[in-house]
Write a protein that binds this ligand. Structure first.
Ligand code: EPZ
Length: 455
């Protein structure tokens, strides 16, 4: 099992490119099940979840392979298989994304119910409601969803849930509706850029979809989809994470290969906190040299602040002046990072669906444990700002959604090493906390460049 050893307190500099979007690539890869002929996908990130889904597609007679140029080539070898096995789906919740494509194209799907999750309750009732409205017979047996339909028919579907719409649910229902006879309207559809990207892929393959990016989708049924070529959008969550890396280390960095229009809420919030952000085409220049102040953050469905960066914002706000509140209205239990950030000196506590943060705290390196993808990212960010070394264990959580994050951070000057989790690799200061700490790196607070930016 791997861990990161991070020596914080360093200023970052330079530019780093963002990889393709995990949450766009996954549903698009799943949707290739519904496409006759081969597809070529560009900008698919090399992640554990992508490799797991590729393995799952392999069991469903769809071969996925990287070309010499790094693109993903998808080739069909049959369309009779319809069982998505528990052993693979339990590793990656997004395995549920094959449900809609299998049902739509093959008329039958037997998909393992996704396992538990560290970020809270994650039902699929809305997925099943939408597919049933299209005419599927659905039953749950032995931990599997079994959905069958000789021919799907168009329907008017409302996909709103208690916490807004459902991203992967919209993907599943939209993809299945592509093959439904007649017209399907989806109200309260998810508007996330990743859903839009899937819709664009389906349209490239011959689907007839309108309303992408709005809460109302309209799908005209077609008989088949044909192979196509598609470039996956940049990962806006990775971009936001790297922006916060610049801010939390009080650095000036440039994040490239992004689509600023997908990050409006994030840019607005970081500016409110005191981070300078300049949009430069497909790049964002981040200036963290000013003083940072508290803010209230509320995670809601797109175009609001994404739930996938609330943990990272919590780490940043622990170093900002004042009392901040971070509320997650999408996943109200997504706070596994709080206790670990507190071990690093953050003054943060949970109150229901909110984290209350009192800053600025002087973060100190510690041994911490990753628990889920975005919580891991928050701990890495805190390690970059902390005095002294940190180790972040169970870094496999991070590998599910960030492509070589340590390489990206090192390219900006951070001291982040990936090692095997072994006693010999634990820095002396952590192995024996009574060891006199090495003189702390000049902390950002005293850096002469820190000044209040003119109003
Ligand atoms: C997707 O998860 C993303 N994952 C998540 O990113 C992201 O946090 C989430 O959307 C919200 O934006 C992928 O795209 C692979 P939801 P998803 O269905 O689709 C409730 C990451 O870190 N709900 O939009 O599973 C649900 O409980 C991951 O990259 C129902 O009630 O999330 C939640 O409160 C984590 N019934 C809310 O809707 C349903 O049938 C949003 O869930 C489905 C969902």
């Amino acid at each position: 099992m791997d861990m990161f050893v991070i020596r914080g307190g360093r200023r970052l500099a330079g530019a780093v490119a963002v990889s393709g979007s995990k949450n766009a690539a996954l549903p698009i890869l799943a949707a290739t099940l519904a496409v006759d002929g081969s597809c070529l996908l560009h900008n698919v990130p090399d992640l554990a979840d992508i490799r797991t889904l590729a393995e799952l597609l392999g069991t469903l007679q769809v071969e996925v392979r990287r070309t010499r140029t790094g693109a993903m080539q998808i080739v069909h070898h049959g369309d009779s298989a319809c069982v998505a096995d528990y052993e693979l789906v339990r590793k990656m919740r997004a395995g549920i994304s094959v449900l809609g494509p299998l049902l739509g194209r093959r008329g039958r799907a037997c998909v393992s119910l996704p396992g538990g999750c560290n970020i809270g309750h994650r039902p699929i009732d809305l997925h099943l409601k939408g597919l049933a409205a299209l005419g599927a017979e659905i039953r749950i047996e032995r931990g599997y969803v079994i959905a069958e339909a000789d021919r799907l028919h168009g329907a008017d579907i409302y996909l709103g849930g208690p916490c807004g719409s459902t991203v992967t649910g919209t993907c599943n229902v939209m993809t299945a509706a592509v093959f439904a006879e007649g017209t399907t309207t989806i109200e309260a559809a998810a508007c996330e850029p990743e859903v839009v990207d899937l819709g664009q892929f389906l349209i490239s393959a011959g689907a007839r979809i309108s309303g992408l990016g709005t809460p109302t989708l309209r799908i005209e049924g077609v008989d088949r989809l044909s192979g196509c070529e598609h470039t996956v959008i940049p990962d806006r969550i990775e971009a936001a994470t790297l922006m916060i890396a610049g801010a939390i280390t009080r650095s000036s960095v440039e994040i490239t290969h992004v689509e600023p229009a997908q990050l409006t809420a994030v840019i607005e919030k970081l500016r409110e906190i005191g981070v300078g952000i300049e949009c430069r085409g497909d790049a964002l220049a981040v200036d963290g040299s000013g003083s940072l102040t508290a803010a209230e953050c509320i995670a809601l469905p797109h175009p609001a602040l994404p739930t996938d960066i609330q943990a990272q914002l919590t780490a940043l706000l622990s170093t900002a002046e004042g009392i901040s509140i971070v509320t997650d209205k999408v996943f109200p239990d997504r706070f596994m990072h709080i206790a670990e950030l507190a071990r690093m000196g953050a003054r943060v506590r949970r109150e229901g669906a909110s984290a209350i943060i009192s800053g600025p705290a002087r973060l100190s390196g510690a041994a911490v444990m990753a628990s889920d993808l975005r919580a891991s990212a928050a701990l890495v960010l805190a390690g970059l700002a902390a005095d002294g070394p940190s180790i972040v264990r169970r870094i496999y959580h991070l590998d599910r959604g960030y492509e070589s994050l340590e390489t990206k951070l090192r390219s900006l000057g951070a001291d982040v090493q990936r090692t095997r989790d072994h006693a010999d690799h634990i820095p002396l200061e952590l192995a024996d906390p009574l060891t006199p700490a090495r003189p702390a790196a000049p902390h950002f607070a005293t850096h002469p460049s820190r000044k209040k930016r003119p109003a």
